[in-house]
Design a protein around this ligand. Structure first.
Ligand SMILES: NC(=O)c1ccc[n+]([C@@H]2O[C@H](COP(=O)([O-])OP(=O)(O)OC[C@H]3O[C@@H](n4cnc5c(N)ncnc54)[C@H](OP(=O)(O)O)[C@@H]3O)[C@@H](O)[C@H]2O)c1
Length: 289
């Protein structure tokens, strides 16, 4: 049996749909079983035999985390420790999701899995502690660090842009933060193939779509597709600005371009470009899938 945690989130919904499409048996929980509440988790799972736990739940409010440090750590570090401990006791393998925000962003070029972490935000620190808790507790785990996650079933940058295209004639978007978007459906497909085929090349991996970009270029690509799909009729000027011109509560890495060499080699996968993934997003959005 598979236990999907966080099934109502953006990635969790894509994984749940994938499990259903592949006729894979699973049980699923979200906020009603708080991962920070060890007793609640144990009570829920005690009568199940579990092969895999897939954890998509997290505290994901990056800016708010600067003021809610305790809550961010309670969920992203303690909650993940609770899940890892249960995985160990149940002899289950764990798939857990982490983030490019564990890096400082000061490196030139691509970040590999073995590069030193150095989070600049509370969110990044809490997620890094979650990774450590998994690695200390378990041998059989996958941790996928992903960046700039977007999907049909959740709040994300693509939907924010689509909303703003309807409201504004001019948009200023940061052009000096570099990284790669990750399409949650592509990550979901990878995770489904792992549990379906019982793939056991455990470890820490980076996963994003192919191609390096910045938020301004990503916004422009969303705009051109919104036009093509007739989701906006308006002419919107999308202007590049610097991070200094758009300060946020939490500091983001300047460069969080993640190397996919390890995941491609060890898990034998091909990854499509973020532009192709974005095309698929628009197709799926129309069909609400
Ligand atoms: N979104 C990104 O850009 C991004 C980038 C890099 C990495 N990630 C990582 O990718 C993973 C999936 O992200 P996502 O964007 O799909 O997340 P999401 O949409 O925010 O989904 C997370 C789910 O977990 C639930 N949840 C929150 N606290 C919980 C708790 N204490 N117990 C149980 N469930 C709880 C949330 O419920 P509520 O919505 O009701 O709070 C939500 O349904 C996360 O690990 C995230 O850190 C995301």
């Amino acid at each position: 049996m598979i236990w999907l945690i966080g099934n109502r989130g953006m990635l969790g919904t894509d994984i749940e749909n994938g499990l259903i499409d592949n006729y894979i048996d699973f049980i699923a929980t979200d906020k009603e079983i708080d991962i920070a509440d060890d007793d609640a988790l144990r009570k829920y799972i005690k009568d199940y035999y579990i092969d895999w736990i897939i954890n998509c739940s997290a505290y994901t409010a990056v800016d708010k985390a600067e003021d809610e440090r305790d809550l961010a750590f309670k969920v992203n570090a303690e909650g993940v420790l609770n899940i890892a401990r249960i995985a160990k006791e149940k002899n289950a393998s764990l798939i857990h999701i982490s983030t490019d925000y564990v890096f400082s962003g000061e490196k030139d070029g691509e970040y590999k899995e073995k590069d030193a972490a150095g989070p600049k935000s509370v969110y990044g620190l809490s997620k890094l502690q979650g990774e450590k808790n998994v690695m200390d507790m378990l041998d059989r785990y996958y941790i996928f660090r992903v960046s700039w996650l977007f999907g049909v079933h959740g709040n994300n940058f693509v939907y924010t842009m689509l909303r703003l295209f309807k409201e504004r004639d001019e948009l200023k978007v940061v052009s000096d933060q570099y990284g790669s978007p990750t399409y949650s459906r592509d990550l979901a497909d990878l995770i489904i193939s792992i549990v379906k085929n019982n793939v056991k090349n455990f470890g820490l991996y980076h996963f994003t779509n192919e191609g390096r970009t910045n938020w301004h270029e990503f916004a422009a690509a969303i705009y051109s597709r919104a036009k093509k799909n007739r989701l906006t009729e308006r002419e919107v000027a999308i202007l590049p600005i610097t991070t200094a011109e758009y300060p946020t509560r939490a500091e983001r890495p300047k460069n969080s371009y993640l190397s996919k060499d390890k995941v491609k080699k060890k898990l034998g996968i091909k990854i499509r470009s973020w532009q192709d993934a974005l095309d698929d997003f628009f197709k799926k959005m129309r069909n609400n899938r």
